[in-house]
Design a binder for this molecule. Structure first.
Ligand SMILES: Nc1ncnc2c1ncn2[C@@H]1O[C@H](COP(=O)(O)OP(=O)(O)OP(=O)(O)O)[C@@H](O)[C@H]1O
Length: 680
């Protein structure tokens, strides 16, 4: 394929080898890269504040006349101040420039300048220290502020961008076909680039941004969809028999309407002969496991094997236990394959998978090993905390032929973000909890009330219930963060010495962890002290109290997950969040947790508070860094981009038409940037 047309950044005036190296640090090697290095924010020089009205300690732009040339004051070696008075009508201010003779020399008495910066007002004296200064005839405008790096200031970048634009404007060819731009009322790339850097007004900036956001999201959606469809366009096994009703009648409980709906949506997918790609989103405790079981049961009734992959050994073990309980009475044989499976067991399991006498393999990444061969794998289920990339899902799916893929997400995520991360997966939602569940009563307290909280825990242990205490760290170290190890020890020796206390944390060997978890499940351990390894999916309905120490250290979605470990039976459960943090964000989180119980609502709040970058941690969810789109505020554009991506791929699945050439190059660039592993 033709190489992207490039032009080295070094062709710009003032960019030598050293500066080019600095640009390279920002990922800028060509003039085109530079033009796509968008401002991080803007300084609004377009609104002038009369000096007399300037409010102290606020940033504003003031037009004033220099009353004299700056006078130099030598303070000490390496420190010279340049000061002068400037006047706007009747108001005056003192302007100080630090150590910048070059800037000071440009100021001439009697000339008008724009001063941008913070004004300090003390009585009748006004001052500006180190403002940005431009001759007034430059005109009031909106000025870009760029992500910078050491030795490369935003202003230097601005100058380079102006130059780049001047020499390269005609070289900017628009990857969006004309028809698409018209359909979505998008401006041309040239207009967008010019106005994103040097907007004439807030309106032109909005037009420019929308277009660039659209393009970025479109390319991402195209990329994800193309990756997903690779090798998955053949005939998938077609489901003939739907046994879900029989299965439901065997369950110890009546499924919720949401569970029935989710199962039938997946069953319908599997009837079509097209490989299913579906995401199941459910709140904590909404009963995803039963849905998975129903699907595996129906798969087995059609003569297919299924595989369920979980991110940790603990979860795989637990899924194995509950699926076996649900499925073995129905004649489906289930096996567990993890890192701690012994060699002899493994040999046996592999043999039976190959022969087809085991219908469901539950496990961790161990399922991906080459030695794992299925006789007829029809359905792959992954239970993920956004930890598996599409590649791993695909690797498991490739053990069958055009296998159906079902993804279960353990944390509710806002629908819009789900669309972003999972692209065109179809989505089923479990928006209903099993009947009889009482919302978990949640309290936020400070550490002074800890002893009372422990008393409350004790009372419940005496009644035969179990409890969790979660601490942020394993060992003591950072300030007074409660470390799980020391914490467990102090409880054992102190207030809870008469009770069975277990400890789990991420640094334990999987087999040790599994042992403690098994003891907790069976009730042998009454109180589990833990780090967040228990966060996802642990199901012990007899546990009714969750205490979280240093609760301010956790994000909302994480707290919700933790809280979801209790309230899993019909007994009133409690969650106690202990925190001494005084900052507003932390207080807001505690408030939200005490007042909201719906995971989807909490996820929306989390997204608002933390922004999408932090929502899971960029790396974890494997999305490439977005240059301009903002997942919290650009959702309307995301929907449009998604609709456009669907339409384009329907028309031309591999973007082969010449009108899509530009888009195809962008998609390839994206793959190169994140690597296919990362693109989820
Ligand atoms: N329809 C139902 N009626 C009553 N109990 C149910 C129903 N569905 C599931 N359960 C029970 O609810 C509990 C939670 O189910 P499950 O472990 O599948 O939740 P989950 O959706 O995986 O939640 P999490 O992500 O929090 O682990 C289990 O004990 C399960 O037996």
């Amino acid at each position: 394929m033709e190489k992207k047309e490039t032009r080295s950044i070094r062709t710009l005036k003032g960019v030598g080898e050293q500066r080019a190296a600095k640009y390279a640090k920002l990922g800028i090697e060509t003039v085109e890269d530079l033009l796509h290095h968008y401002p991080r924010s803007y300084e609004d020089w377009s609104v002038l504040t009369p000096l007399a009205e300037a409010v102290s300690d606020t940033v504003c732009c003031i037009q004033a006349e220099a009353m004299s040339a700056p006078a130099a004051h030598y303070i000490r070696k390496g420190m010279t101040l340049y000061q002068f008075m400037a006047v706007d009508g009747a108001a005056k201010m003192k302007v100080t420039i630090f150590n910048n003779r070059f800037a000071a020399d440009r100021i001439r008495a009697g000339h008008n300048y724009l001063f941008y910066g913070k004004v300090t007002v003390r009585g009748r004296t006004r001052e500006m220290s180190s403002p940005e200064i431009q001759p007034a005839e430059m005109g009031a405008s909106i000025r870009p502020v760029y992500p910078q790096t050491e030795g490369l200031s935003s202003r230097m970048i601005e100058t380079a961008v102006r130059q780049a634009f001047y020499v390269w404007e005609d070289g900017l060819s628009d990857p969006l076909p004309e028809a698409l731009r018209q359909e979505y009322a998008l401006c041309h790339l040239r207009y967008a680039i010019r106005n994103v850097h040097f907007p004439k007004s807030h309106e032109t900036l909005a037009v420019a941004r929308r277009r660039l956001v659209f393009e970025e999201l479109l390319v991402l959606q195209l990329g994800m969809a193309m990756l997903r469809s690779r090798g998955r366009n053949g005939q998938a096994p077609k489901l003939n028999v739907d046994k879900s009703k029989e299965f439901f009648s065997m369950l110890p409980f009546a499924p919720t309407d949401a569970q029935r709906r989710a199962v039938s949506e997946a069953v319908e997918d599997m009837r079509t002969g097209i490989p299913m790609s579906r995401l199941l989103q459910g709140d904590v405790g909404s009963g995803k496991t039963a849905v998975a079981a129903a699907l595996c049961h129906t798969a087995a009734a059609n003569g297919w094997q299924s595989a369920l992959m979980a991110p940790t050994g603990i979860l795989a073990e637990q899924h194995y236990q509950s699926l076996r309980e649900l499925l073995e009475p129905a004649g489906v044989r289930v096996a567990l394959l993890t890192g701690s499976t012994t060699a002899a067991q493994k040999r046996d399991i592999l043999e039976q998978l190959k022969e087809g006498t085991i219908q469901l393999a539950v496990g961790t990444h161990a399922l991906l090993q080459e030695s794992v061969v299925f006789q007829n794998l029809g359905l792959v289920i992954t239970d993920e905390q956004h930890r598996f990339g599409v590649e791993q899902r695909a690797a498991l799916a490739s053990k069958g032929q055009n296998t159906h893929v079902y993804v279960m997400s353990a944390t509710p995520i806002p629908r819009t973000l789900a669309l972003m991360i999972y692209g065109d997966l179809d989505i089923s939602v479990l928006d209903e909890l099993p009947p009889g569940r009482k919302p978990v009563a949640t309290y936020a307290i400070d550490s002074k009330k800890r002893m009372r909280a422990l008393g409350f825990v004790k009372k419940h242990l005496d009644e035969g219930y179990q409890a969790y205490i979660v601490c942020p760290l394993v060992e003591e170290g950072e300030g007074d963060l409660k470390a799980a190890q020391q914490y467990a020890r102090s409880l054992e020796q102190g207030p809870l010495r008469d009770y069975q206390i277990g400890l789990v944390h991420g640094r334990m060997k999987p087999s040790e962890k599994d042992k403690v978890m098994a003891d907790f499940s069976s009730g042998k351990v009454q109180l589990l002290v833990s780090t967040t390894v228990i966060e996802v999916g642990v199901n012990v309905p007899n546990a009714v109290i969750m205490v979280v120490e240093n609760a301010e250290r956790f994000g909302l979605s994480q707290l919700h997950q933790l809280r979801g470990r209790v309230g899993r039976g019909n007994v009133q459960s409690h969650c106690i969040l202990i925190s001494d943090a005084q900052n507003e964000q932390a207080k807001r989180r505690m408030w939200i947790m005490s007042h909201l119980s719906d995971g989807f609502q909490i996820a929306e709040e989390d997204l608002k508070l933390r922004g999408p970058g932090d929502f899971f941690g960029q790396r974890q969810h494997g999305l490439p860094a977005l240059k301009i789109a903002d997942m919290a505020s650009d959702m309307a554009v995301l929907r449009e981009a998604q609709e456009a991506a669907h339409a384009i791929l329907k028309d031309d699945p591999n973007l082969e038409a010449s009108q899509y050439e530009g888009l195809r190059r962008e998609v390839e660039g994206l793959f190169a940037q994140v690597g296919e592993q990362g693109l989820n």
